[in-house]
Write a protein that binds this ligand. Structure first.
Ligand code: PEP
Ligand code: MN
Length: 371
């Protein structure tokens, strides 16, 4: 349930309302917007009659019951305002959200050695990425497959961060590694296989870093939002949702089925920012550019792309990794599409040109696209 206040409510009145609300055994959480202050009621509100709350103050405009089982993750929780995740990377502040420029995360599946991660960081940065991704602790289907270089890889990620100034995204699998990961990562990833590891979700909320929550490979959208709810309920974490493909009956030609319809669906359900990972979503590098571009058109806030200097020699996920050259080419198109969909930032895609699309004139000949 949320309590929406009228513009101009004095702060002592908000405090008084909150004190009253605590009598109902709920925890009020205040969020101050530009025009309105919203008080979310955390806890069991099933027995509370919204009219009783409405009567608490003439400054209350509306009391809204959140109908979904996910509460703090729901769009109603913010009174339909999209939320954004703000990350202070070494070189700049990066904001991920619906009303902000598209953010690109790129890098190898696994951090294999210091040289490759530093090189890749510099190259993806030059192409326009804001974050470097790379796994130190890898969730592998086979116990005999490469499991990641662990703590050593975190040191290599730290080196890449220092040299490139990029933000770092890396996955946690074991709560025991959280502090070490948080010391390097700007955003901590919960992988698809751990989406419903509820004890890990509760612990990660205490770390104070933004969380990238990947969709479980067989998770419904509601399962996924309930997993986000675990993180939000356990602390004040910022959460980004990442669609990375789900299991369907067809696995012959693609590794997963990238559910791009999740983007418009999530927009009706949640305020959380949305990232799309077409690399795991397709499992094949040749399909990644098409799905990355489709994701921008469908309105994602961010892309995660696996990039490896030598995909044929990668220790994990080589077949779905773009070469640096392929990534640079994709970023040209990403730059153009970001402009078309109003999601570009002036300095981000300095090299983007319209020539690949050659779309200067609209059908009636009256306007040009992209100026
Ligand atoms: C990854 O990002 O490398 C990864 C293992 O992703 P997922 O959890 O989506 O499989
Ligand atoms: Mn991978």
């Amino acid at each position: 349930m949320i309590v929406v206040t009228k513009p101009g409510i004095p702060s002592f009145e908000i405090e008084r309302i909150c004190a009253e609300l605590r009598n109902w055994n709920v925890t009020p959480e205040i969020s101050i917007g530009t025009h309105k202050t919203i008080v979310g009621l955390v806890g069991d509100t099933a027995e509370i009659d919204p009219r009783q709350i409405q009567n608490l103050s003439p400054f209350i405009e509306e009391v809204v019951r959140v109908e979904h089982p996910f509460k703090q993750a729901s769009l109603a929780w913010t009174y339909s305002q999209p939320s954004e995740v703000i990350v202070q990377t070494p070189s700049k502040t990066v904001t991920i959200g619906k009303n902000y420029p598209l953010i690109v995360v790129a890098g190898p599946c696994s951090v294999e050695n210091e040289e490759m991660i530093v090189e890749t960081a510099l190259q993806v940065k030059a192409a326009g990425a804001q974050f470097l991704r790379g796994g130190a602790f890898k969730p592998r289907t086979s116990p005999y497959a490469f499991q990641g270089h662990g703590e050593t890889a975190l040191e290599w990620l730290a080196a890449a961060k220092e040299v490139s100034g990029l933000g770092i995204i890396t996955e946690v699998m074991d709560a025991g590694d959280l502090d070490r990961i948080a010391a390097v990562a700007d955003v901590i990833q919960i992988g698809a296989r751990n989406m419903q590891n509820f004890s890990l979700l509760k612990k990660i909320a205490g770390v104070g870093k933004p969380i990238l929550l990947k969709r479980g490979m067989s998770a419904t959208i509601e399962d996924w939002l309930m997993a986000a709810e675990y993180i939000l309920a356990a602390g004040k974490s910022q959460v980004i949702l990442c669609e990375r493909g789900i299991r369907t009956f067809d696995r012959k030609y693609t590794r997963n089925t990238l559910d791009l319809s999740a983007i418009p669906v999530l927009r009706t359900l949640t305020h959380l920012p949305i990232m799309i990972d077409p690399s795991h979503g397709t499992g094949k590098s040749e399909y990644v550019p098409a799905m990355a571009k489709a994701a921008i058109a469908a309105g994602c806030d961010s892309l995660m792309i696996e990039v490896h200097p030598h995909p044929d020699r990668a220790l994990s996920d080589g077949p779905q990794s773009l070469t640096v050259r392929e990534f640079e080419e994709l970023m040209q198109d990403v730059g153009v599409l970001s402009q078309v969909f109003g999601r570009s930032q002036p300095s981000q895609f300095a090299n983007a040109t319209m020539k690949r699309f050659d779309l200067p004139t609209a059908i009636d000949g009256s306007r040009t696209i992209g100026g």
